[in-house]
Design a protein around this ligand. Structure first.
Ligand code: S3P
Length: 174
């Protein structure tokens, strides 16, 4: 059983994912961390030294590896994971995708604090909210393929965890 949490940078995928995995007896996996451990360097170093296209290929490989792991996993994806190759189709075919749908305003607020850690955000020269708004529009079609979409007011640990519990009970009842 695989669940994939998707959404823009700063949507809370890791925080919500860790909690929801624990509550539902699944192993939590952060795709960025998985890539960092595999490569022995941070995502921002991979972007800087090898470039984004290389990162996207490695992200794709990591996704396929994680999908093939035995057992129940809740995977927190990178913000761009659904938007490259046919990653979204693969995730939909092999598990349940959940999109944390936060507004550009809310995401911008959250990202301001962690600005330098994320390579795409660190590069932004102009207004951060305009960048977030544009990127969200670019990514909307991919994010919109998620099987479940969580509205901003429900994008919290408890609500998402309960939503996942509901899906698991339905699967078990089948
Ligand atoms: C990215 C999001 C990051 C990370 C990389 C690229 C993106 O993950 O994968 O910096 O393209 O949105 P988080 O969403 O966990 O910050």
């Amino acid at each position: 059983m695989k669940f994939f949490l998707i959404g823009f940078m700063g949507a809370g995928k890791s925080t919500i994912g860790k909690y929801a995995a624990r509550q539902n007896n699944m192993t939590f996996l952060d795709l960025d961390k998985y890539i960092e451990e595999k490569h022995g360097k941070e995502i921002r170093e991979i972007f800087a030294e090898d470039g984004e296209p290389y990162f996207r290929e490695e992200e794709r490989k990591a996704l396929l590896e994680v999908i093939d792991l035995p057992g129940a996993h809740l995977v927190s994806c990178g913000g761009g994971t659904p938007c490259f190759f046919d990653n979204m189709d693969v995730m939909n075919a092999r598990g349940t995708t959940i999109y944390l749908d936060l507004s550009a305003a809310r995401l911008t607020d959250r990202l301001r604090n962690a600005k330098s850690k994320r390579p795409l955000v660190a590069e932004v020269k102009g207004d951060l909210q305009i960048f977030v708004h544009k990127k969200l529009l670019e990514r909307a079609a991919d994010y919109g393929k998620a099987q479940m979409i969580v509205a901003e007011q429900n994008a919290n640990r408890k609500a998402v965890s309960e939503m996942i519990r509901g899906v698991i009970s339905e699967m078990e009842a089948e």
